[in-house]
Write a protein that binds this ligand. Sequence first.
Ligand SMILES: C[S@@+](CC[C@H](N)C(=O)[O-])C[C@H]1O[C@@H](n2cnc3c(N)ncnc32)[C@H](O)[C@@H]1O
Length: 268
Amino acid sequence: MGETRPSSAFQTDNIDPTKTAELVAMLDLYAKNTGVQRLREWAHSGLLAGPGERAVDIGAGTGSETHVLATAVRPGGEAIGVEPNDGLRDVATRRSGAARFVHGDALALPFDDGSADVVWCERVFQYLAEPDQAATEIARILRPGGRVALLDTDWGTAILHPGETAVAEAVTRSPLAAAANPRAGRKLSGQLAAAGLQIDDVGSQAIIHDHATLNWPFVTMLAEVAVREGRVSSSQRDRFLADLRTGAEEQTLHMSVTTFAVLAHQPH
Ligand SMILES: C[S@@+](CC[C@H](N)C(=O)[O-])C[C@H]1O[C@@H](n2cnc3c(N)ncnc32)[C@H](O)[C@@H]1O
């Protein structure tokens, strides 16, 4: 779960230029997870951006997926990443010469109606207080027949094991307070359908961490939040963290959270 966490530093009302390196490190680590790679490959192969098309990546981050789209639309097409965080946009621009990055907001995209062939939007809706408006914007910029891949985490699916079940559930509830729309994943299809798009497929992938990849400071922080919010006592926290450490030693540790991907298109 560690690097997949909903850091409020990704929210537009909370951009801090001193945090750019930390956010980039988080996104780079996330991109290395094999589950993330599997879901992204599945979504790209369903989206099928092709030569000559105009692709838009909303909330592009470091631009890793904008770059994939830029490669797919060659020759003749263009890929544009929309990114409101200046620091992330600079990194994306430096990293991907093939794509162009612009300042913009998912809630008011800087594109004309029907001007995009394909849209990618990954792990942005969880930071939006008005995700329905973002779905409406995606539908607005897609041409008839245009396609979208919308991916997001659902923090209601987080699992931490081993340890006392009730305490684990209380601790995994901690990230729910960190983002504007933490249960984004389960709502994606409904939001795109309500915006008038036709749903083509829905995929999912549990993003899993084990004893080798677990982010201990993150887990400890979740447990602290659970204590602070009165969901577990200090002694329950201590026992739970000890159980997790034993799990790590015995290689029975499991942390995961599910990310969903929806493929849809604008009807003709
Ligand atoms: C967790 S990162 C995901 C980045 C990238 N899509 C990825 O999956 O690696 C969330 C991204 O959403 C962007 N973001 C947050 N609020 C946004 C908004 N209102 N409009 C567009 N992007 C936004 C952040 O700046 C950040 O780049």
